[in-house]
Design a protein around this ligand. Structure first.
Ligand code: FRU
Length: 495
């Protein structure tokens, strides 16, 4: 049975869509149907389609009582909106249905697990949000909250676990047909930890152990964990809050962390071996993965950043978009990402240049656009005398430009969106250290109307950033300080 709150949200979505007509939006990145979007939730393959839910406040383009928005896609590129799936309408979730995950039960039902939030008044009169884990069951469109909710609450926490920060359950099914889930939590010193729970059937859940603990290394509370095996290694993704910067690897604020290691299934012991950031750009958070029917591990993230997401005007009918879904792999202890191969079906007109050499600014006939897939292969024009700087500038005209630049002598790659339409004094640049190979570098840039995603050296590093430049501004130029030789292939992407 659909609650009044959910009916209101669904009616509002339809009304607003009619009122605003075709809104300027990204073409192949999922954006909020109306109002506000944050984390991806319930990323799953069900009844022949990918389902993606998201943290959603339909009634304004700012964060508010969380609902779950819902969209489906046959190929992770063409998305179709479905009616909102969850509204905060029960006692245990009256202040929000926070992030969570989905899986398919043996009887064919779609099971959602999410965090129910309800405010509790403390002895000093202040209120805190208490968080517990809840279930909803459905058919791919309509979901019914489980009568036994919440299925995990403060009584299931370890002694030092905070009931105020206990959220974002990510479930999976084990080979032995039982279920596991990880949830973000922090201890009484507000330090992040990931808790592991088990269930024989998806309904009855039990605390197992602290699977991983921050021990003061990466930010504070750890949000949105995900845990999976990939290429013979075990990967734990988390999104830490309140990070301090560490070199060029981690930046201040909300970040993304990938821990790669090994996992002993018998004892549920995760042994960390490597750590790295997931995305080195400005806008990427709370990624979640799905295991595709063909075995690929595909990740999608919220392409925004908590510190800068409240700067738009209330008139903007929607706010928030997802990243491109990305295929993950692990090589030599590193996480690699590439845009899902389904994107290639959008490739239309191709423009190709080989071995262009230049020492200053050039433009290339046919190389422009704001919905493009462009691969650059850059090397020194003179091997004896490696160039000092290479840059590609896009979304460019006489006033605007966004750039990706590379300085081989420092191995530093930088994305800079200072001149991309923002009037705010916020972070507009971010750098990362890339593998240096005598001035050789491969850069693939995907532009979609209001974003740029930069995949470096076949996805060894990825940098994502949103742009505000008018979509009509579509020039591209290349810059070299020293002699650069370059191959370019650029495809127009048409949906
Ligand atoms: C991460 C997060 C989650 C929470 C959700 C609330 O961006 O803070 O931890 O479930 O957003 O919208």
């Amino acid at each position: 049975m659909t609650s009044q709150s959910l009916r209101d949200a669904r009616k509002y979505e339809e009304e607003m869509e009619r009122r605003h007509g075709a809104m300027p939006r990204p073409a192949f990145h999922l954006s909020a149907r109306i109002g506000w979007m944050n984390d991806p939730n319930g990323f799953s393959f069900y009844k022949g389609e990918y389902h993606l839910f998201y943290q959603y406040h339909p009634f304004s383009s700012y964060w508010g009582p969380m609902h779950w928005g819902h969209a489906v896609s046959p190929d992770l590129i063409h998305w179709r909106n479905l009616p909102a799936a969850l509204a905060p309408d029960m006692d245990y979730d009256r202040d929000g249905c926070f992030s969570g995950s989905a899986l398919v039960l043996p009887d064919g039902e779609h099971l959602l697990m999410y965090t129910g939030v309800s405010k509790e008044t403390l002895p000093d009169g202040s209120t805190r949000e208490v968080q517990s884990q809840c279930l909803a069951l459905g058919d791919g469109t309509d979901y019914e909250k489980y009568a036994g909710n919440p299925v995990l609450d403060y009584r299931d926490l370890p002694e030092n676990g905070s009931k105020f920060d206990f959220r974002d359950p990510k479930m999976w099914k084990k080979k032995d047909q039982t279920y596991r889930c990880v949830a973000g939590n922090c201890d009484d010193a507000h330090d992040g930890q990931v808790l592991l729970f088990s269930s024989p059937d998806g309904f009855c859940w039990k605390y197992e152990k602290v699977l991983a603990a921050n021990r003061g290394r990466f930010g504070r509370m750890w949000e949105c964990p995900d845990f999976f095996e990939l290429d013979g290694k075990q990967v734990l993704l988390v999104s830490p809050q309140d990070m301090m910067p560490q070199g060029f690897e981690y930046h201040n604020g909300n970040g993304t962390l990938c821990l790669i290691g090994s996992y002993d299934e018998e004892t549920d012991t995760f042994t960390e071996e490597h750590n790295q950031a997931v995305d080195y750009g400005i806008d990427f958070y709370a990624p979640q993965t799905v295991s595709a029917p063909d075995g690929r591990r595909i990740m999608i993230g919220w392409m925004q950043n908590w510190d800068t997401c409240n700067l738009h005007t209330p008139q903007q009918p929607w706010f928030g978009q997802m990243s491109l879904p990305r295929e993950l792999s692990v090589k030599d202890g590193r996480l690699f990402q590439r845009p899902v191969r389904e994107l290639e079906a959008l490739r239309g007109e191709e423009v190709r240049y080989e071995n262009i050499t230049f020492t200053d600014v050039i433009r290339l006939e046919g190389v422009r656009g704001r919905k493009i897939d462009m691969e650059l292969s850059v090397r020194p024009g003179d091997m004896e005398n490696v160039y000092r700087k290479f840059a590609v500038r896009f979304a460019q005209d006489d006033t605007y430009q966004t750039s990706v630049s590379y300085r081989p002598c420092e191995s530093v790659l930088k994305v800079d969106r200072k001149h991309s339409g923002s009037r705010r004094a916020i972070i507009h640049q971010r750098r990362c250290l890339v593998r240096s190979d005598k001035g050789r570098i491969k850069i693939r840039i995907i532009l979609d109307t209001f974003s740029a995603e930069v995949f470096v050296n076949d996805g060894e590093h990825v940098l994502s950033a949103t742009l505000y430049t008018n979509p009509e501004v579509s020039g591209i130029s290349f810059y070299a300080d020293g002699a650069v030789a370059m191959d370019v292939v650029k495809y127009e992407l048409t949906i």
